[in-house]
Structures are given as C-alpha cells and as structure tokens.
Ligand binder design. Structure first.
Ligand SMILES: *[C@@H]1O[C@H](CO)[C@@H](O)[C@H](O)[C@H]1NC(C)=O
Ligand SMILES: *[C@@H]1O[C@H](CO)[C@@H](O)[C@H](O)[C@H]1NC(C)=O
Ligand SMILES: *[C@@H]1O[C@H](CO)[C@@H](O)[C@H](O)[C@H]1NC(C)=O
Ligand SMILES: *[C@@H]1O[C@H](CO)[C@@H](O)[C@H](O)[C@H]1NC(C)=O
Ligand SMILES: *[C@@H]1O[C@H](CO)[C@@H](O)[C@H](O)[C@H]1NC(C)=O
Ligand SMILES: *[C@@H]1O[C@H](CO)[C@@H](O)[C@H](O)[C@H]1NC(C)=O
Ligand SMILES: *[C@@H]1O[C@H](CO)[C@@H](O)[C@H](O)[C@H]1NC(C)=O
Ligand SMILES: *[C@@H]1O[C@H](CO)[C@@H](O)[C@H](O)[C@H]1NC(C)=O
Ligand SMILES: *[C@@H]1O[C@H](CO)[C@@H](O)[C@H](O)[C@H]1NC(C)=O
Ligand SMILES: *[C@@H]1O[C@H](CO)[C@@H](O)[C@H](O)[C@H]1NC(C)=O
Ligand SMILES: *[C@@H]1O[C@H](CO)[C@@H](O)[C@H](O)[C@H]1NC(C)=O
Ligand SMILES: *[C@@H]1O[C@H](CO)[C@@H](O)[C@H](O)[C@H]1NC(C)=O
Length: 404
C-alpha cells in the first residue's frame, strides 16, 4: 500500500517535471487499463521533389498534439499509431516474447499533398518509409529509456529519435518504475589521461587498502560498433617485493582499455601508470575461460614485478553467456603475485547489443547450499516442537493420573 502511494506520487512528480517536453501518449486496452505509454521526441528530415531534378528538404518535428487512433494492445503484439497534422502518421509495432519485448518496425507516412509542410511538391501522394527494429531486448515490465539520439536514414527520410521513455505491454495498468537503458546511454570507461597520477608510496607495513572501485571495461571491433567484449570488476593486486607484501588497487578512471576480439581468443588489456594487465580468454566453441594472465606492476620504488601464467582455466562459462562472481575471488597467478577480484562479470565472446547475457555464477556466490541448511534447521525445529509437545503431554497425563 505504502509502495503504491509512493509510486503514484513518483509518477505524478515525474509528469510534473517532464513539462511540455516531447510527445506524451498513453494507450488503454479493451479493459480500459493503460497498456502502452510513450514520451519521446522525433525529428524527420524529408527530401521531396519540387520540379524536374529539383528537390527541397524540410524538417518536421513530431508535435505534442497527436491522436492515438489505430493504436492497440494485445497479449503479444501492440501498435502505437500517432497521427498528426494533415494526414501524417508514425506507427510503431511491438512484439513480446516471454521475457522481453521489442520494436519490430516503425512506419512513417507523410502526405506530400500537405502544402503547409511540403510546399510546391510535384507529387501529391502519401508516402511511407519503414525502419526496422531499433529497440530490442527490453525486459518485460520495464520501460525503455534512451536519451541519446538514434538516427535512421531510409530513402529520402532521416528520422532522429531521442529522449525516449516508453513502455509497451504495461502490466495491470501501471507503468513500471524500472528501466532498460539503451547501450548508447551507458557510461563507459574511455581513455583517460594517465600522466597526472601520483600514487602514494606504501609505508613498509602493508596498509589495508579500501576495496577497489568497480570498473566497466569494454572493447569494440571499431568505433561505430557495439562491444564485442565486456567486463566489470574491481581489481586489487597483491605482490611480493623481497620479503614485503604489498597491495595495490586498479583505479578504473585512470585506466586505459585495449584488446582484441577474435573468434576463439580475446584479449583485454588494462593499462594504468602502475599496473599493466592482459587477460587472454579462449574458447573451444562451447565454453570460454580465462586462459592466460600477464601482469606487470610498477612499484613506487624498486624493479617492476612481472607475473605471467599461460596455463589457467578459470572463469569458465558457456560461449554466449557471461561469468559472474560478486564475492571476492582470489587468483594465485604466480608465487609472488595474487589477484583479488570484486563484483566480477565478464563476457569475452558473442556480446549482443552491448549487454551481458545470462550469467554463470561462481560457486562462492552460490546460495543453494543455504536451502538444505534452512530445510534442516526447520526440520530440527519441528522435531524439537514434537518432542516438547510429547513431554508436556506425558506430564499432563501423569499429573492427571495423580489427581485422580
Ligand atoms: C486509461 O487507463 C487508466 C488506468 O490504467 C485510467 O486512469 C485512464 O482514465 C484511462 N484513460 C482513458 C482515456 O480512459
Ligand atoms: C529536432 O528539431 C528541433 C527543432 O527543429 C531542434 O531544435 C532539435 O535540435 C532537433 N533535435 C535533433 C536531435 O536533431
Ligand atoms: C535530370 O537528371 C538526369 C540525370 O541526372 C539528366 O539525364 C536529365 O537531363 C536531367 N533533366 C533536366 C531537365 O535537367
Ligand atoms: C490538436 O489537434 C486537433 C486536430 O488535429 C485540433 O483540433 C486541436 O485544436 C489541437 N489542439 C491543440 C492544443 O493544438
Ligand atoms: C490474453 O491473455 C489473457 C489472460 O492472460 C487470456 O485470457 C486471453 O485469452 C489471451 N488472448 C489471446 C489472444 O491470446
Ligand atoms: C515461452 O515459454 C513457454 C513455456 O514456458 C515456451 O513453451 C515457449 O517456447 C516460450 N517462448 C519463447 C519465445 O521463448
Ligand atoms: C490534395 O488536397 C486537396 C485539398 O487540399 C484536395 O482537393 C486533393 O484532392 C488532394 N489530392 C490528393 C491526391 O489527395
Ligand atoms: C513555390 O514555387 C513558387 C514558384 O515556382 C515560388 O515562387 C515559391 O517561392 C515556392 N515556394 C516555396 C516555399 O519554395
Ligand atoms: C563511423 O561513423 C561515422 C559517421 O557515421 C563515419 O564517418 C565513420 O567513417 C565511421 N567509422 C568507421 C570506422 O566505420
Ligand atoms: C576517479 O574516481 C574517483 C572515485 O572513484 C573520483 O574521486 C575521482 O575524482 C575520479 N577522477 C577522475 C579524474 O575522474
Ligand atoms: C607480457 O607483457 C609484456 C608487456 O606488457 C610483454 O613484453 C611480454 O612479452 C608479455 N609476456 C608474455 C609471456 O606474453
Ligand atoms: C594461493 O596461495 C596461498 C599461499 O601462497 C594459499 O594459501 C592459497 O591456498 C592459494 N590459493 C589458491 C586458490 O590456490
């Protein structure tokens, strides 16, 4: 109840804050419950003919004032049709499977006979262009959120979609308060200047370092493509320098990311001014694993510490999935160097749309061992109760006999 009230307040506030920005629409289903919601902005740049071999280009902005006639919601398909002006429309088709929904197509129809928008057009027809799926893999019962502009060019129309918040297949008439953020909006660690860093020299006794900050690292085959390898983790390195044990943290925002994706091996190379580490993952077509590590630590004083191990087989999971270990994990790379990872998740192969696939969780995270313990404890409790009841029962009976 409390949560419900909070939600309503939140939604009301959200609407308040959204001001008159963008086009906001709601569609109700046949039971008159909200089933589709959208608040978004779209710009269209349309080139059209105004004479032989002569064309004009106009910019159209999806107005705030649209009608939603022709929109409909079903169990697994939904349509959002926004009509505006003199015979123009923008239609979005959604489909849902068990866990996610997506946009299949967007059809933009424009009426060249509308001379207020397309003056002097030689054609008087209504034309349509179709854009294929641009919004995919949105978890059911979340809304899709994308502030970044998505530009699609089809024939003579350029559509720019931005500041999008939309939810199809709304459950029980109430919008979700969780979102699926598009990959373009995701923060990513990029090359940071590494020249200004000064690490404080560790005193002789090893101080306990704070838990390292979790970094997000990804590499892509080229600038315009989405990630082919993704990793998030916090990293601490323990190493021996003579008899001294030292520890050092990798600072994500001072770390440069590099590497390569190949079909059966991928590299992730992280470089800061004190740590260079290369993770080499291999896959045999079915499973991947971390196969090699090459770590160089440059201490404030003394010679660099190098550790190479090319015979590892950890962080294994099926290709197409990710490996996850939230708990602190200890990896002995060599006798003199140990890695400690925190909140680890990696996917070195077959990353789709910049998102992690389902995770194989490490045994440290496994909570299934709790279940037998809980069941056991419950059973023990039950037995105790039965015994106590029996004893009390016996006593009562005994007392009963005595008074007789
Ligand atoms: C749509 O459904 C919501 C509840 O889900 C309701 O508050 C709203 O009045 C409905 N809109 C129309 C136009 O009936
Ligand atoms: C969309 O068009 C409006 C009005 O022409 C303009 O102010 C805005 O910058 C455009 N946005 C994008 C992302 O092109
Ligand atoms: C229009 O362009 C075509 C080829 O681009 C050319 O062959 C034709 O002569 C042009 N017509 C006029 C009227 O300029
Ligand atoms: C919205 O559009 C309808 C018709 O398309 C028009 O009658 C109405 O006046 C418009 N409202 C506003 C506020 O512009
Ligand atoms: C949609 O789902 C409802 C309830 O889950 C069910 O009663 C109805 O038959 C479904 N409709 C279709 C067309 O599958
Ligand atoms: C959805 O789940 C049902 C049963 O759980 C299954 O039969 C069906 O194949 C699934 N559909 C998809 C598209 O995954
Ligand atoms: C174009 O619009 C005019 C009125 O604005 C109308 O008379 C004419 O029939 C329309 N032509 C087409 C092809 O729709
Ligand atoms: C339409 O064409 C006429 C004559 O061809 C021209 O005077 C006018 O400026 C044109 N209008 C626009 C908006 O281009
Ligand atoms: C990336 O996209 C931009 C603009 O779309 C283009 O100019 C550039 O050539 C592309 N770069 C690569 C490597 O594809
Ligand atoms: C790096 O991140 C830390 C917090 O983790 C922050 O205090 C620091 O200002 C950041 N430095 C830069 C250059 O972004
Ligand atoms: C480890 O990396 C260093 C540079 O970072 C390189 O010189 C060395 O050859 C690598 N060692 C192995 C065994 O790959
Ligand atoms: C790592 O090495 C330490 C001592 O050097 C040892 O106690 C520990 O069991 C090792 N851990 C693993 C996972 O091999």
């Amino acid at each position: 109840m409390f949560r419900c009230a909070f939600l309503i307040l939140f939604v009301a506030l959200g609407n308040e804050l959204h001001l008159s920005h963008g086009t906001e629409v709601s569609v109700n289903n046949t039971e008159n419950k909200l089933c589709l919601y959208a608040n978004l902005m779209v710009n269209f740049s349309v080139a059209y003919e105004v004479g032989v071999n002569k064309s004009e280009t106009v910019i159209l902005v999806l107005p705030e004032n649209v009608t939603t006639e022709g929109s409909a919601c079903d169990n697994t398909t939904s349509t959002l049709k926004l009509s505006f002006g003199d015979g123009h429309s923008w239609t979005v088709d959604f489909t849902k499977n068990n866990k996610t929904y997506q946009v299949d197509t967007i059809v933009f129809s424009y009426n060249l006979n509308d001379s207020s928008v397309f003056p002097n057009s030689t054609s008087k027809e209504t034309k349509s262009v179709t854009v294929k799926s641009i919004i995919t893999n949105v978890s059911v019962d979340t809304y899709y959120s994308c502030k970044s502009a998505d530009v699609r060019t089809v024939e003579s129309v350029i559509q720019t979609l931005y500041d999008v918040a939309l939810q199809a297949f709304v459950i029980n008439g109430s919008k979700s308060d969780t979102d699926t953020i598009c990959s373009a909006d995701m923060p990513s660690t990029t090359v940071a200047p590494t020249t200004t860093v000064t690490t404080t020299a560790a005193p002789t006794s090893t101080p306990t370092l704070p838990t390292p900050t979790t970094g997000k690292y990804s590499i892509a085959t080229d600038v315009n493509s989405t990630a082919c390898l993704m990793a998030t983790f916090g990293l601490q390195i323990g190493y021996k320098q003579g008899d001294k044990e030292e520890t050092i943290n990798l600072v994500p925002n001072m770390t440069e990311v590099g590497g390569a994706c190949r079909s059966n091996s991928s590299d992730l190379k992280l470089t800061s001014d004190t740590i260079t580490i290369m993770f080499t993952f291999s896959n045999d077509g079915k499973k991947f694993q971390l196969h090699a590590l090459n770590v160089t630590v440059i201490p404030a004083t003394g010679a660099p510490v190098v550790a190479v191990n090319t015979n590892m087989s950890i962080w294994a999971a099926a290709v197409g999935s990710s490996y996850m270990c939230n708990k602190e994990q200890t990896l002995n790379v060599t006798d003199t160097l140990t890695l400690y990872t925190f909140e680890l998740r990696v996917q070195p192969f077959e990353v789709n749309k910049g998102e992690f696939a389902t995770a194989h969780e490490c045994s440290l995270d496994d909570t299934s061992i709790l279940i037998p313990i809980i069941v056991g404890a419950a059973l023990a409790g039950l037995i105790l109760i039965v015994v106590i009841a029996y004893v009390i029962g016996r006593r009562k009976t005994y007392v009963g006999y005595q008074t007789l």
